[in-house]
Each structure stands twice: as C-alpha cells, then as structure tokens.
Design a protein around this ligand. Structure first.
Ligand code: FE2
Length: 231
C-alpha cells in the first residue's frame, strides 16, 4: 500500500518572517520527491509499563513554580495504531517563559526546580504520561513585538528513520495563538488544530490522577494525511 502524505497546506510555510532560523534551515533548492512505503510496524513490542516522566520536580520534594499539568500523550502511525517504544524528547520554557539554556537571553527568572527537557519511550500502545507545569509565553528575541504562546516542543522518533517528527503542542482557547507566526505558518485550520491539546474537565480526569494536576490529552501522528504538522 502506498504512503498517503500530508497535503502542502497542512505543512508550515518554510520561511517565517521575523524568525531568522527558518531561513537558515530551509533548503534553497527544490526538494526531490521519492515514493515512500507505508510505516512498518511489524515486530513484537517490548513489554513495558506505562511510560511516565516528571519535569515538574527536578529536586525531589521541591515542586517547580507554575500550574501543575499532566499530558496524556499517544504516539500513533498513519493508520491510528499506537507506536510502541517511540523515543519522545520534550522541552519547554518554565512558567515564567524562560528556557534553561545558555542561548535564551530572556530576563525572566530561571527555576532550578524545573527540569527543562526530558527523553522517554512510549509504552507498548504508544502512550506516555508527561507530568510538568504549564509553560509561560515568551517574546521572540529581536523580532519586534512577536511573542510565542505557551507551547511544548516534541521530537519523536518512531520505529524507523522516516518516522521522525519535530512539532509543538499548544493549549486550547489561548488568544495568543492567533498572533503566533509559527502557529499561523500552517495554512490549514484543521491541520493547525492537530497541534492543540484537549483539556479534560477536572471531574472527568482519571481517578488515579493527582488531583493537583490539570489533565490534557494529545495525539502525535507521525506520518500520513493526518500527520501532526511539523514545527
Ligand atoms: Fe519554544
């Protein structure tokens, strides 16, 4: 069966005005097209407990500042099947909108109790639970008045090299989405919506969930027509 690739309007505009990195990382020449097979998922998945990571307590017993959240993530292939053992790298700003990285010039404070990045593998059904705090918005350096809305970065490596996806997750009902050039660089509204997490009403959160966390669900589609747009 042939691979059904995403449409061009589901993908971000390569060069985003006011975001110099996008010009540097965009190839100047037209890309060559080659047919790709559908995702290979054959093979026994290793037996694993539900994958889980906590970025909100880098120092045990000392919670990071900010609203505590849990994101129930699922990594799926183009047929909606869970991708086991996917390596998910996660990074985001702290609640003040500051990255724990020497290249971040922001004056917003660091939080030594917040772990700014993590790497975890999905379980046999492609699921993982991310415990963290809600990131803050931040101004894009040297861009004038442009701010990024709250977002979480993901880099996902599935079971083959063609299933790498680098994307961002946003929060619903955030007015800053409509001003974000990266969000708006994906022309299709339905494709943009695939980058937004769903919030569960607190009374519908799983009974095992820490009551002090707001719960979100989000699906990362690695390939195909319903692919989560890269960012
Ligand atoms: Fe960011």
């Amino acid at each position: 069966m042939r691979h059904d690739p995403p449409r061009e309007r589901d993908q971000p505009t390569p060069v985003i005005e006011g975001y110099p990195n996008t010009a540097r990382r965009t190839p100047a020449a037209k890309l060559l097209r080659r047919p790709l097979p559908r995702l290979l998922t054959a093979g026994a998945a290793p037996a694993m407990p539900l994958a889980s990571i906590d970025m909100a307590e880098a120092v045990p017993g000392k919670p990071a500042m900010g609203s505590r959240i849990m994101v129930q993530l699922r990594v799926v292939d183009e047929d909606g099947r869970g991708v086991p053992d996917a390596v998910v790298e996660i990074w985001h700003a702290n609640a003040a909108g500051r990255y724990d990285h020497p290249a971040d010039p922001a004056r917003a404070p660091l939080d030594r109790h917040f772990r700014g990045s993590a790497r975890v593998a999905s379980d046999r059904e492609g699921r993982l639970a991310l415990h963290t705090i809600k990131p803050g918005a931040y101004p894009v350096p040297d861009s004038g008045q442009w701010w990024r809305p709250a977002h979480i970065h993901f880099s996902v490596l599935g079971r083959g090299a063609v299933t790498r996806l680098v994307t961002q997750m946003y929060f619903a009902s955030d007015p800053m989405l409509e001003w974000d050039r990266i969000w708006l660089s994906v022309p299709d509204a339905q494709a943009r919506a695939r980058m937004v997490a769903t919030q569960l009403p607190p009374h519908e959160a799983p009974i095992t969930t820490d009551i002090e966390r707001l719960v979100f669900t989000h699906t990362l589609v690695l390939r195909g027509r319903e692919e989560t747009p890269p960012a």
